[in-house]
Design a binder for this molecule. Structure first.
Ligand code: SF4
Length: 137
């Protein structure tokens, strides 16, 4: 089953999301993958939030960075009477295909990553990581 980002919806987590963090970069990668899958039709911004179970404030922070890097393009549309955006992958990013297994590493979506990275938490006894390591695919 694909990992979710439920752990990032708390206010505290949004404030702590740093652009340089592994979590931020993992979410960037997931958004780019969703845009790649959407192809030329693109995808409504709100659909990205739904797919990633992502708070829109955090999502917008990530989208702004991707747009500034020229990795996505936005088109304003009216959907169900409200202004929103359809997002598409910018041409220059279309050829980049990241390995799927990177999206399944549980640590990228885990709120304890910093504690594990610093040694404050013991990674060898983590059931989520153990389950991922023992998976065949
Ligand atoms: S080892 Fe476990 S607790 Fe630590 S970041 Fe990975 S998934 Fe989270």
């Amino acid at each position: 089953m694909a990992p979710t980002t439920r752990a990032f919806t708390e206010e505290k987590d949004i404030e702590e999301l740093e652009e340089s963090s592994v979590q931020f970069q993992a979410l960037e990668r997931r958004i780019l993958e969703i845009l790649r899958e959407a192809g030329d039709n693109g995808i409504l911004q709100r659909e990205i939030w739904k797919k990633l179970d992502l708070d829109s404030r955090k999502g917008l922070k990530i989208l702004r960075k991707l747009e500034a890097q020229g990795l996505l393009v936005k088109e304003q549309v009216t959907y169900k009477g409200r202004k929103t955006y359809i997002l598409r992958l910018a041409r220059k990013h279309e050829e980049i295909r990241l390995p799927d297994f990177l999206d399944n590493i549980p640590c990228f979506y885990c709120p304890y990553l910093q504690k594990c990275a610093s040694g404050e938490r013991e990674i060898y006894s983590c059931p989520k990581l153990q389950e991922w390591l023992e998976k065949d695919d």
